[in-house]
Design a protein around this ligand. Sequence first.
Ligand code: 9UX
Length: 72
Amino acid sequence: DNQKVTIPIGGMTCAACAQRIEKVIKKLDGVEDVSVNFATEKATVTYQPQQVRLSTMKEAIEKIGYKVQEIN
Ligand code: 9UX
C-alpha cells in the first residue's frame, strides 16, 4: 500500500520554489503524487514505501538548496 507523508521544508522564497521541489520529487520512482505548498512550507507526498525512502526525498530536496525539517 502507498503511504502519505507531510514534509516541512525551509528556504522557499517564492512560489516557483515549490514547483522546483515538486519536479524533483516527482521524478523519483515510487512517488505517486506530490504537492508542495509555498504558503504552509510543506510538501505532501504519496509514495510506495517499498520503492522510495523518505531519506531519498530529503536528499533530493536538499540537493537543490532547500532545507528539510524534522520528519515524523
Ligand atoms: Mo525564484 Mo524561488 O529563483 O527560489 S524559484 S526565488
